[in-house]
Design a protein around this ligand. Structure first.
Ligand code: XIL
Length: 392
């Protein structure tokens, strides 16, 4: 039956061809189309991961935090948007979350002073982060209590708009810390208590001068830092308390940070860890040696070390210059990620967490594609390099 049908079809086709006088042409055309089709199919299957649809990618790739679970928790900074738009990646690849801005003084404190400001603290966004963590079995790093940035100016002034005395500021700081840490007691496993008080590598002084905190406590900066840690400890004795800073691996700044940490430790201040932010670049800075020496140096103080805000951009300087990475750049970036994770793994006994500062390149605060997932949520070479660093 089939053969007969086939013969019939062929006959019809032949008749059609003869009629049109184009049999040869038609079959050649068909061959050409067929070859084109095969070529397209082959080139699509040869394309790398980046071209695959998102849902397939997310399903198929290994979970980063699970691959690293023997070493240290892998975390990520999230925000009110990304917990909705990027929850697929957050849920799958990260065990720990840090609120990018939602627990900062600027978010929690009201916009202006009133004597009952403590009753007007806004925890809506912070609570949302905690709820998200609870629902998705994540642990939470708290960020941040005392910082010269993202803190409203009124916080440093009295009701008449005059600068607070160190004593009055200390009192205000302590009541604020107790309110915030107290609210999240038992739900935040580590807090960045004090952030970025030390001046940069190139500066002569120890404490940065463009901080309202340091200006008001000039000459006795260590006092408010000490009080901040003590207040946090009182509010949640179980939480791990961190000092956090950028540029913390550069030798000069590191030495200044270490001398401050030594002073705190000598005073018996309850500090548990050093947060190395890790806003690094793949054009050379920081060196392997600086990263490794820093982990060792901070750990030698008896502190836990965490990498708290990791992202690896292109340029060391010009941090906020817009950059689209070339193929070669992406390779260099991946190599740098691999190198730093090899160091982290080597020192896993000293490191209690590594957190990326954002999920995908398009929601990074630095416009240089510094993260491990691209704007289409696909894993970059950097992602695979970090898995390669495991050496399995
Ligand atoms: C950044 C956030 O990512 C941005 O969204 C915000 O506009 C500014 O702050 N060091 C820190 C983080 O401790 O809180 C900063 O986060 C990045 C530098």
């Amino acid at each position: 039956m089939t053969i007969i049908k086939l013969e019939k079809t062929l006959k019809i086709n032949t008749a059609y061809c003869q009629q049109k006088n184009g049999c040869k042409n038609l079959s050649w055309k068909r061959i050409k189309y067929f070859l084109l089709f095969v070529f397209l199919l082959l080139s699509l299957s040869a394309c790398d991961f980046i071209q695959k649809p998102d849902y397939e990618t997310i399903e198929a790739i290994p979970s980063l935090w699970k691959e690293y679970k023997e070493h240290f928790p892998i975390g990520v900074a999230v925000n009110a948007t990304t917990i909705n738009t990027h929850s697929d990646l957050i849920e799958k690849h990260f065990l720990s979350i840090t609120a990018e801005n939602e627990m900062k003084p600027q978010t929690i404190l009201p916009g202006y002073y009133t004597s009952d400001y403590l009753d007007r603290l806004n925890f809506t966004q912070g609570d949302r982060m905690i709820k998200y963590a609870r629902e998705n079995d994540k642990i939470v790093r708290g960020h941040v209590l005392v910082w010269h940035e993202q803190t409203p100016e009124w916080f440093f002034k009295d009701e008449k708009g005059e600068e607070l005395s160190p004593e009055a500021l200390l009192e205000r700081m302590e009541e604020y810390i107790k309110a915030v840490v107290g609210r999240y007691k038992g739900q935040i496993y580590a807090w960045d208590v004090v952030n970025e008080v030390i001046s940069d590598d190139s500066d002569e002084e120890t404490y940065r001068t463009n901080s309202r905190w340091n200006q008001i406590f000039k000459g006795r900066e260590i006092d408010y830092i000490e009080a901040a840690f003590r207040a946090a400890k009182e509010a949640d004795p179980e939480a791990k308390l961190f000092y956090n800073d950028y540029g913390a691996v550069s030798p000069k700044k590191r030495a200044k940070i270490i001398s401050m940490l030594e002073e705190l430790i000598a005073r018996g201040v309850p500090i548990d860890g050093m947060g190395i932010q890790g806003h690094w670049a793949f054009d050379g800075w920081p060196s392997k040696k600086d990263i490794e020496d820093s982990i060792i140096d901070y750990s030698n103080l008896g502190l836990d070390v965490q990498i708290t805000e990791l992202d690896i951009r292109k340029h060391t300087g010009e941090m906020f210059k817009d950059v689209t990475l070339s193929k070669a750049d992406k390779k260099k970036q991946a190599e740098k990620y691999k190198e730093v994770f090899e160091i982290f793994i080597k020192h896993r006994d000293k490191i209690s967490g590594v957190t990326f500062w954002g999920v995908t390149d398009d929601n990074s605060w630095i416009p240089q594609e510094p993260l491990i997932f691209d704007r289409n949520k696909n894993p970059k070479h950097a992602f695979w390099a970090i898995l390669e660093a495991l050496g399995e």
